[in-house]
Design a protein around this ligand. Structure first.
Ligand SMILES: *[C@@H]1O[C@H](CO)[C@@H](O)[C@H](O)[C@H]1NC(C)=O
Ligand SMILES: *[C@@H]1O[C@H](CO)[C@@H](O)[C@H](O)[C@H]1NC(C)=O
Ligand SMILES: *[C@@H]1O[C@H](CO)[C@@H](O)[C@H](O)[C@H]1NC(C)=O
Ligand SMILES: *[C@@H]1O[C@H](CO)[C@@H](O)[C@H](O)[C@H]1NC(C)=O
Length: 501
């Protein structure tokens, strides 16, 4: 009798309870080798390590671009950035363009299913005229954060360093100091970096708690500023890691992950929440930032390049009771998150050419991926050159290679900005399972079949690719830089608001 009553009650609750919540954690400029659970010897990432130990760790997870804005566009739309026009390079504080409003984001897909949606942290998909491109216009009901990179302002005015720590580099002097937005209003300018992370975790916890109280499934997107340059960490973390400023920043991010986990437990929804972690692009130490940059581990080069160090990222999926602890080598991508969340939420996919595939077979059955290929565009994609590299099964072919200033200081000359675009015909070919560091080109005739297969897949993909109008080529206008006192003079110095220290 009691059992029947319970199951009826449970069934009734299940109508709502069955829609899972989603927490998407996205680190910034964090390489394949940066986390404790991905082998870094001195990083302290206990919370991410816990997610990895009790969840699924991905070894072959890719992003679509070795820089911020395009990678974020692809993550949120399930489409290569070439389609949405988020290329070449990244958006600036005064950019006229942004992620086109007719692109459908994960937030829009889930909101249509009754989800509460929020973003906390770094948007980097545009501000624009009249704040047209803020996340509040793309399906996010709540926003607290900085809408671009925190070095896109004068570094010397970031209150982010303990006073005795020297700032490496100058960031972008001459533009407004970095603003902190609450929805579409500037709360503080410049943002107080030492207190930022605690504001973020409070905001995230409040959003989760309120959604649970309202009996709403929720989607929380937390694209962190950590561990992008310049590194900072609040009082609870500064000086506490073994790895210097980078380690402190990473540890502060990890601390927020821990606070989110605690809130999910306290509100009783941890077993009904899929947490997914990855990062926007890889990183290696570079000359200007030295050990303040990330680490791509055994992968070649880093940010700005289409070698593995720029494109392959650590990833973790965690959902107690649903995802078995383990490691997957399935070929997967940030493109696949939108279709996966949509599938789990029973949501309709946007009626556009999608590049992502649903990866539930990988998550729940440790099965094969539906994904067969991954195509790699450089920071400045152009139809004339097409994709620079293709991953197919365990192989990767490079049609073009190019170094980048962001990967400058490694001893490997092919990473350097002086390694200009080089065409390879036949393409360089690596077996990434035997040679993940892309050291040994397979140049014998016995590999012709593999090259032929890859060439056919590349042609098929490129025939299906329609480049959207470049949003970044629309340029910048200083009057669009966010200013909390829009009519003040002289700009940009006069834009100052909120409790600054
Ligand atoms: C958005 O609008 C632009 C301009 O009209 C168009 O070229 C593009 O295909 C549209 N994108 C989508 C996803 O509908
Ligand atoms: C911005 O808003 C103002 C006031 O509503 C309007 O006059 C102007 O045309 C808008 N600008 C753009 C580019 O939409
Ligand atoms: C989640 O599930 C685990 C294992 O079944 C259980 O021990 C734990 O109490 C559950 N947590 C919550 C908050 O329901
Ligand atoms: C940065 O700080 C310096 C020293 O306090 C000040 O003179 C300068 O005006 C500030 N610049 C901006 C852009 O706020």
């Amino acid at each position: 009798m009691l059992i029947i009553a319970f199951s009826v009650l449970f069934a009734a609750q299940c109508v709502h309870a069955s829609l899972p919540n989603f927490v998407l954690l996205f680190a910034d400029d964090l390489g394949y080798g940066d986390l404790g659970c991905f082998g870094h010897p001195s990083s302290l990432t206990p919370n991410l390590d816990t997610l990895a130990a009790n969840g699924l760790r991905f070894t072959d997870f890719y992003v679509t671009s070795p820089v911020c804005s395009p990678s974020r566009a692809a993550l949120l739309t399930g489409r290569y950035q070439t389609r949405s026009g988020i290329y070449p390079g990244v958006l600036y504080p005064g950019s006229k363009g942004g992620l086109p409003l007719n692109e459908t984001t994960i937030a829009e897909v889930l909101k249509a299913q009754g989800y509460a949606t929020a973003i906390v942290g770094k948007w980097h998909l545009g501000v624009g005229y009249n704040r047209t491109f803020l996340p509040t216009r793309q399906g996010f009901e709540h926003y607290l954060g900085i809408p671009y990179s925190h070095d896109q302002g004068p570094c010397q005015n970031l209150s982010c360093f303990p006073p005795d720590v020297k700032c490496f580099g100058r960031c972008d002097p001459g533009v407004v100091t970095v603003p902190l937005f609450l929805n579409e209003k500037i709360l503080q300018q410049p943002a107080d970096f030492l207190k930022l992370e605690s504001k973020y975790s409070q905001f995230a916890s409040r959003f989760i708690t309120e959604s649970v109280q309202r009996n709403k499934p929720f989607f929380l997107y937390y694209p962190s500023h950590h561990t992008h340059y310049p590194q900072y960490a609040g009082a609870d973390y500064a000086g506490r890691s073994r790895r210097g400023p980078f380690g402190d920043a990473l540890m502060e991010f990890d601390g927020t992950v821990g606070k989110i986990l605690k809130t999910l437990e306290e509100t009783g929804v941890i077993n009904n929440t899929l947490i997914f972690f990855t990062a926007d692009n890889g990183r290696v130490p570079e000359l200007m930032r030295q050990s303040r940059g990330g680490n791509a581990g055994l992968m070649k080069c880093g940010k700005g390049t289409t070698y593995e160090g720029g494109m392959r990222e650590p990833a973790i999926a965690f959902w107690p009771g649903f995802i078995k602890p383990g490691v997957t080598h399935a070929l997967t991508s940030s493109l696949d998150i939108l279709p996966t969340f949509a599938k789990l939420a029973g949501a309709r996919l946007p009626d556009v050419p999608l590049d992502g595939v649903d990866m539930t077979s990988v998550l729940f059955k440790l099965g094969a991926s539906k994904r067969q290929t991954m195509f790699f565009y450089p920071i400045d994609p152009h139809e004339k050159y097409g994709v620079y590299a293709v991953r197919w099964e365990k192989f990767k072919a490079h049609y073009y290679t190019q170094g980048a200033s962001h990967s400058e200081s490694t001893p490997d000359h092919s990473c350097s900005a002086l390694a200009f675009r080089t065409h390879h015909d036949p393409p360089l070919l690596f077996n990434l399972e035997a040679d993940p560091s892309e050291n040994y080109n397979l140049d014998g005739a016995e590999w012709d079949d593999v090259r032929g297969q890859i060439q056919a897949l590349k042609q098929q993909f490129e025939a299906s690719m329609e480049f959207g109008e470049s949003q970044i080529a629309k340029g910048s206008d200083a009057s669009l830089e966010p200013c909390c006192t829009p009519d003040c003079t002289p700009k940009p110095q006069c834009c100052r608001c909120g409790s600054v220290m």
